[in-house]
Design a protein around this ligand. Structure first.
Ligand code: CTP
Length: 404
């Protein structure tokens, strides 16, 4: 699968740099072509000569390299960013993660990384550092930001660290990283030719010119799904209520505000899609009328609400060959409610959030869910990042499309 694939291997200055030599060897054994870019600090841990000997290619580290064969020196960073089919940074220090998250490009590797388009060339980062550094809020935030922007993390492991401490932070072993690289290549094209419609975020139901009813949905799950589907080659239509998130590059983006607007946009796009993933937290009710003027306070007040269209139910009625995935947020009888929604809304699959669990549901980076299928199968998944979960949901859609 890796035959003739050009993989750019970025090596930064951490003790785990010795593992990069083994990774390069494994990749080459699989038929890949490995182009190494090292930072100056990496050269303190492993020599360019070692990497050049293993890969049979020149190793780059300087931003300006007049002798770089086959490259015009001033734009070597652009050539290096355009040529590979994948970029792997192993080990990825706190420094390179911070630079990438902040948009700092001050050496060859960080400049190349800035020039890589992650929608076309997946980037895998393998963090490696001391546990306290990994748990530093700045590093954690940087990792979360990078995940959201579509960078893949090969998460570090628990174990014995070079500093003598034991904890999380050890770089993943080269064999584990090789598996992640292979899986990423497999995923890279498995949704090509398919149109995936994702809804995300909350809806806002206006009361008057300044007020609305809404909910706590952050949109993260839906944006992670859109991002993951773009990475896997799908044409993605993302219809989203208001969120604070960046639009995933490569998705066709349709911002909406109210449930009615989301309904109209979804129905307009529906005839062109193969898969619907309905992760939006749609308001079931809206105020009966919108006051043209700001409502003034007085005594007690009663709001009259009317039902919004159930978008998912409407999709279920018209689904034809479309594979339809619903979401449910529940606080009790999780599975029973999930199963009922599959039947009521004519779904192929539902992702059920148990809102009572820590790390699940709204406004978190992680999620814990059950997947339920039309034919009665159920699968409980462990705590994972919304981005990992997004890829897993796409894996399950692929396995079940045409089956359930
Ligand atoms: N949904 C929708 N349109 C609505 C309400 C919900 O499309 N007006 C979709 C959501 O996007 C989600 C699924 O229906 O995929 C489940 O939403 P949820 O609020 O959990 O369930 P409801 O069907 O609204 O039922 P209840 O509120 O009674 O739990």
């Amino acid at each position: 699968m890796l035959k003739n694939k050009l993989i750019l291997l970025g090596i930064t200055g951490g003790i785990a740099a010795y593992k990069s030599a083994e990774l390069a060897r494994l990749l080459i054994k699989e038929g890949a072509v490995v182009q190494v870019v090292m930072t100056e600090n990496a050269e303190a841990f492993i020599t360019p000569l070692t990497m050049k000997t293993l890969t049979g290619r020149p190793v780059y580290s300087a931003l300006y390299n007049p002798d770089a064969p086959g490259h015009f020196s001033a734009t070597v960073h652009i050539d290096l960013a355009r040529e590979p089919q994948m970029v792997v940074v192993a080990p990825a220090t706190a420094n390179i993660l911070g630079k990438l998250a902040a948009g700092i490009a001050d050496d060859l590797l960080s400049t190349v990384l800035m020039a890589v388009n992650t929608a076309e060339c997946p980037v895998i980062l393998a963090p490696s550092m001391n546990t306290s550094m990994l748990h530093n809020p700045a590093v954690r935030d940087n990792i979360a930001v990078l995940r959201r922007r579509g960078y893949n993390m090969a998460d570090p492991l628990d174990g014995f660290l070079a500093c003598g401490e034991v904890g999380e932070g050890r770089m993943i072993e080269p064999s584990g990283l090789l598996e992640i690289i292979k899986r990423k290549f497999q995923q890279a094209v498995d949704f090509k030719g398919l149109t995936v419609l994702v809804t995300a975020g909350p809806t806002r139901e206006a009361l008057d010119p300044v007020r609305f009813l809404s909910n706590h949905s952050s949109g993260r799950m839906g944006y992670a799904l859109a991002q993951a589907a773009v990475e896997r080659g799908a044409h993605v239509i993302l219809i989203s209520g208001p969120t604070a998130l960046e639009t995933p590059p490569g998705a066709d983006f349709y911002p909406v505000v109210s449930a009615q607007e989301m309904y109209e946009t979804v129905m307009d796009k529906l005839p062109t899609v193969d898969i619907v993933i309905k992760s939006a937290a749609v308001a079931d009710y809206r105020p009966k009328g919108i006051s043209a003027q700001k409502i003034k306070k007085g005594g007690e007040m009663t709001l009259k609400l009317v039902r919004n269209p159930d978008i998912l139910k409407e999709i279920g009625k018209r689904k034809g060959n479309i594979f339809v995935v619903g979401f449910a947020a529940e606080t009790e009888n999780i599975l029973a409610h999930g199963k009922k929604k599959i039947a009521d809304k004519n779904l192929d699959m539902i992702v059920v959030n148990d809102l009572t669990l820590e790390g699940a549901g709204f406004n978190t980076e992680t999620n814990i869910v059950h997947l339920l299928y039309r034919d009665g199968r159920e699968e409980r998944l462990p705590l994972m990042s919304k981005y990992e979960l997004a890829h897993l949901i796409l894996d399950r859609i692929k396995e079940n499309k045409g089956k359930v």
